[in-house]
Design a protein around this ligand. Structure first.
Ligand code: ZN
Length: 88
């Protein structure tokens, strides 16, 4: 009984993985307090997409590259304030 209990216990070991909490500061909109809804606008981005045409004449993208030349603007999704300064 004692032995069974021990072995049962051995098999019930739960590996507790440390909960991963990214040590990143949460972004909160200083104007309206929103911290969930954001959007980003990328200006002057060059997309390079490499296609291969199949027998059927369909274009299959095989490689994609984005070159961002312009500034990246980050906005609050709630009050639309420019929060670029909050995002590093
Ligand atoms: Zn806001």
């Amino acid at each position: 009984m004692d032995k069974a209990f021990t072995s049962a216990k051995t098999h019930k070991i739960k590996v507790k993985k440390p909960l991963y909490i990214p040590h990143k500061e949460k972004i909160t909109c200083p104007y309206c307090g929103n911290h969930e809804d954001f959007y980003e606008i990328i200006e002057n981005a060059t997309f390079y997409i490499h296609y291969l045409q199949t027998e059927e004449g369909a274009l299959e993208p095989v490689e994609e590259e984005v070159e961002i030349l312009g500034p990246l603007k980050f906005f609050c999704g709630s009050c639309n304030a420019d929060l670029s300064f909050l995002k590093k």
